[in-house]
Design a protein around this ligand. Structure first.
Ligand code: LLP
Length: 422
């Protein structure tokens, strides 16, 4: 009897296994698979064969520089939206021309820092465009528009449409042009991002057309200055794997995208870059989070399975009610009939729930579990709440062996920033 159909089917753990990993590195541990990571990069790069087409990985999904290096090796470029992300991009080996600063509500200091690194900055309000003009008159800038079409798995991650803070509405194009003129700036790029996680290509493709139409509306001399048009990310992955949820049809999406881009490039003799900006698609499926069952409780109404996977480790279920499949690696050969159970973490809040009323095989203390699709917005959103140290990260290399790529935090790490104690 196997309770790990997905990780078994893709040989996720290479030549090792969850028990050996737990023994060597402890739990919780984020486990990445290099082969899957590289495969995801190649699928994305294959969306279009246009020479100017590229994949701009959105670092917010996962910023481990060891993983970023693999993406660099696969020919991806990266974004940065903060001085911290920029720091890690550079550390991973990306050159400044391989980094786009896709920011929101920068302070003057942050914007000046990005400019000092020579980066092309995407601004997403008239006020930030003015700020950029004041800091860098005569320079290049990129403007993020709000195409009005949003998408996403939760209201919290839809980033287009008037209910959201992002981008400049196309109706304000004349104001954009006036500010560019005032500061003698070159509009080197335009971009958008409609939101995070779509499983049907239509909305994304419509938004691509909206941005290209907007580029059509630019005065010809300004359009000719464009060197990059970035359509944003949002490419979804099937989180309901055990139920057989279909993946996003990348072949169909690629075909339609390639057609649109080729046509537009030919029509305008455009020689610049076209980018997509995925985060989740690159990372999510390349990682599982391994934890341990620590306690079992039946309170007469509910069956609780307690684990060491608190929401400080993986926040998505609590923050967005997100669904992640759970697989089981039993510690012994007791029978494991299916049981409706609520899987919880070890944080002092009742909301610390990883899976609600889920039908899973019976679990016992000492069992290991893997939470699937944990590579995007997993570690990057982890915290030390309840003063629990953040977990370690391990990479299953292409040869199947495991390598530590981030150590577990220590108790000393908890006081590293405290002043005046010692
Ligand atoms: N570009 C921009 C400007 C973004 O804001 C984002 C994500 C992306 C690209 C990448 O989107 P993706 O391809 O990963 O969907 N924490 C949430 C997701 C937040 C997404 C924020 N922006 C989650 O765990 O689902």
């Amino acid at each position: 009897m196997t309770f790990s159909p997905y990780t078994d089917s893709v040989h996720f753990f290479g030549s090792t296994n969850p028990q050996a990993l737990a023994q060597a590195f402890g739990t919780p541990v984020y486990v990445y698979n290099e082969k899957i990571l590289r495969k995801n990069c190649r699928t994305l790069r294959a969306l279009s064969s246009l020479p100017g087409f590229g994949v701009n990985y959105s670092v917010k999904a996962n910023a481990n520089p060891r993983l970023l290096r693999i993406l660099h090796d696969e020919g991806l470029v990266v974004d940065a939206m903060s001085p911290g992300e920029l720091h890690l991009d550079l550390l991973a080996g990306f050159a400044t021309e391989e980094i786009l600063y896709i920011s929101n509500n920068n302070s003057v200091t942050e914007m000046a820092n990005a400019l000092a690194h020579g980066l092309l900055i995407s601004v997403d309000s008239l006020s930030q465009l003015e700020q950029c003009g004041r800091l860098n008159p005569g320079g290049r800038v990129m403007v993020r528009f709000n195409p009005g079409i949003g998408a996403g798995h939760s209201e919290k991650v839809i980033t287009a449409g008037k209910a959201t803070k992002f981008g400049i509405i196309p109706e304000k194009l004349d104001d954009v042009l006036a500010i560019l003129k005032k500061y003698h700036m070159t509009l080197a790029g335009i971009n958008q991002h409609i939101g995070s996680l779509f499983m049907q290509p239509d909305g994304y493709l419509s938004a691509v057309s909206v941005l290209l139409d907007l580029a059509d509306r630019l005065p010809a001399d300004i359009r000719k200055q464009l060197t990059v048009i970035d359509f944003g990310g949002g490419f979804g992955i099937p989180y309901h794997k055990h139920a057989g949820e279909a993946p996003l049809d990348m072949a169909a999406l690629g075909h339609a995208l390639h057609e649109k881009l080729s046509q537009w490039a030919t029509q305008h003799k455009y020689q610049g870059r076209f980018l997509v900006e995925p985060g989740r698609y690159v990372m999510a499926e390349a990682c599982v989070l391994v934890g341990q069952v620590t306690a079992i409780k039946d309170n007469g109404e509910k069956h609780f399975t307690g684990t060491d996977l608190g929401f400080n480790v993986l926040m998505r279920p609590v923050l967005y009610d997100s669904y992640h499949e759970i697989e089981l690696y039993p510690a012994d050969d007791r029978p494991r009939p299916m049981l409706t159970q609520t899987v919880t973490g070890n944080i002092c809040e009742s909301g610390d729930i990883l899976a609600k009323e889920r039908d899973l095989p019976t679990m016992y203390e000492g069992d290991l579990i893997a939470v699937l699709d944990a590579g995007a917005y997993g570690y990057s959103m982890a915290s030390t709440y309840n003063q629990r140290q953040r977990p370690c990260e391990v990479l299953i290399m292409e040869d199947g062996s495991a390598r530590l790529i981030r150590r577990r935090e220590s108790l000393d790490d908890l006081t590293r920033t405290v002043e005046g104690l010692f």
